[in-house]
Design a protein around this ligand. Structure first.
Ligand code: SF4
Length: 408
């Protein structure tokens, strides 16, 4: 049963699993402070309601009702429950961007997620729609690991090595609009965690090599596990080193050049976590997100995007046992929604996405009440030239054959 702090639902096998304990990072007090390490760390320009305000839920409900059809609130699966409770739709990043585009009557799209997601929504929505991110410091550590200057330098390195012309960039949805635009300009496409295989196969039809940005793990898992390439066909490009820390020959010999980026949340899971949970819960099925390392996904039973994880748990028989390797807010929610199943978190310690967690009820109330007062705060706007080329790479993804794209 959940305890008063909402922590108690993860461990359903009492005595076998350790209850996750909050860490200082997970309990980072979220308010008006800047987060200089984040993708867009800035100070909140307004006066936030106090987190202790007992009327926050009523204020959010009243503001939402007052804005009516002018407002559409999107909630990513990794958001806190207090925010998800007010979302008109929940989903992964790509589904939410599509949903924003599918509601042209909504003047204000409040995106409860992270910065790159709000950018994608702005690119896909009409000019008169305003996309709002309740806390501008809600970035993504993975997206932060590739900036456009670094990527342009990388491309120069590939030109120097004589391979840029035969290299197709594929960028994961979890990247800045500038990098999506770079990808569009250089003949590449965006991908999501569920269509990375199709995107990479398509790229190999267009050229001889793939530059995969910014998640090395999704790129490696796709190249090796889905396309059957060897681990040695992949090289990691470190943007902090000349030629990515490789020789020109190594870049020329590689089939897939993996940007040295990763998700700080999914990167926490280790092969030992998988061994450990199998020992503690006999018969457990391990399901992980493809942003996990190659070692972890190879040891897991099922690999899939957040949407696939949600669908798999929903379809699982009562009494089945699952260890899930993805963000903790989602795993907690799955445990709450499926009390007939044993749901365990793959890591023994708490591992929220700290930037996703920056969006909380005070920030949501603040943006909604500001809108009612006639002030649009925290609007995310992608400049038209960047938006044009980013849309090219998004449209190439949408044109890929196969089921609808799903993302992080
Ligand atoms: S879970 Fe990882 S990839 Fe997703 S927003 Fe957080 S840091 Fe970025």
């Amino acid at each position: 049963m959940p305890d008063s702090a909402g922590w108690g639902t993860i461990t359903l096998v009492t005595g076998l699993l350790h209850e996750p304990q909050p860490t200082p990072l997970a309990l980072l007090l979220l308010g008006q402070d800047a987060d200089p390490g984040s993708e867009r760390g800035v100070e909140c320009p307004g006066a936030l309601p106090a987190a202790s305000d007992p009327d926050l839920v009523d204020r959010a409900a009243a503001a939402k009702a007052a804005l009516g059809d002018r407002l559409f609130i999107l909630g990513h699966h990794y958001q806190r429950n207090e925010v998800i409770d007010f979302a008109d739709v929940t989903g992964d990043s790509f589904k939410l961007a599509q949903q924003a585009a599918a509601h042209p009557a909504a003047e204000f799209i409040v995106f409860c997620g992270v910065h790159f997601m709000a950018e994608s929504a702005d690119i896909l929505t009409a000019d008169n729609q305003k996309v709002i991110l309740p806390d501008l410091a809600a970035g993504c550590s993975m997206a932060d690991m590739a900036n456009i200057v670094q990527v342009e330098h990388c491309w120069e390195d590939l030109e120097q090595a004589g391979i840029a012309e035969v290299t197709i960039p594929i960028t994961y949805m979890n990247s800045t609009a500038a990098i999506k635009a770079f990808t569009g300009r250089h003949g590449g496409a965006v991908c999501t965690s569920s269509n990375a295989e199709r995107s990479m196969r398509w790229a190999f039809e267009q050229g001889e090599k793939v530059l995969f940005l910014p998640d090395q793990h999704l790129g490696r898992n796709t190249a090796v596990r889905e396309l059957g390439l060897e681990l040695t066909d992949c090289v990691v490009f470190n943007p902090r080193k000349p030629l990515g820390g490789r020789t020109a020959d190594q870049l020329r010999d590689a089939k897939v050049i993996l940007w040295k980026g990763h998700c700080s949340v999914h990167g926490r899971f280790t092969a030992d976590c998988v061994d450990d949970v199998r020992e503690r819960i006999p018969g457990v099925t391990v399901i992980v997100h493809p942003e996990c390392t190659y070692e972890v996904v190879t040891k897991a039973d099922i690999v899939g995007s957040t949407e696939k994880i949600i669908a798999t748990i929903a379809a699982a028989p009562p009494g089945s046992a699952w260890a899930i390797g993805t963000e903790l807010n989602l795993v907690k929610r799955l445990a709450q929604n499926h009390p007939d199943k044993t749901i365990a978190y793959l890591d023994k310690s708490v591992c929220f996405c700290s930037t996703m967690n920056r969006i909380d009820l005070p920030h949501l109330v603040w943006v909604l009440e500001s809108l009612i007062a006639g002030t649009v705060v925290n609007q995310i706007e992608v400049d038209p030239e960047t938006a044009k080329w980013a849309k090219v790479s998004l449209d190439r993804m949408l044109a890929l054959p196969g089921p609808d794209a799903k993302a992080d």
